[in-house]
Design a protein. Sequence first.
Length: 229
Amino acid sequence: MKNLCIIPARGGSKRIPRKNIKDFFGKPIIAYSIEAAIKSNLFDEIMVSTDDNEICEISKQYGANVPFMRSALTSNDYASTSDVILEVLKCYNDIGKRYDNVACIYPTAPFITENILLKAFSMLNKEIDSVFTMVAYSYPIQRGLHIIDGKVKMINEEFRLTRSQDLEKIYHDAGQFYISKIETYLKEKTFWGENTAGIELSELEVQDLDTLTDWKLAEMKYELLQMLK
């Protein structure tokens, strides 16, 4: 089996400028994704899809390949991750390189480890075509509230008196990485299909990085994880 790792890293981040190569404890944050992929020994190719020359050079310094630059079509604010993955797969196919499985690792995933990647790949089998990371909501969403005409109401009144520990645990996408059999991905054009499994992460291992406050929280979590090792 041949495995391809794609790290999508556009240069035009708006809310945190140059986010994908911003320093995170002494090295560009994208380095954590590249290094985890390398340490896993899973991949025949680890590439960064970017439209940015500086990101390209930094990625190469940390061991990734950048065999081609991202097109203008997949570099705008409206391009999806799927658009990027499909473009990369086509570019490799055009030069005669084909793979069996693909991983998409986001460049702002400093909590990723080679062990999580190895676990994810071990889950692919005849019944499971794709795997991604997820995290449980910190509070039971069944007891969510909304406001109607200025008054607070429960969205689901039937759960008003239900104990939190008796409610089903519900998850959301952790946004760290995704893997899939390429044959399935090309057919469904998504990492979340009919036969997708999930790996649960703790809240300590997950942090969106959309604002500078998010960045500070990520630094705090990272330091705590290092202390707990």
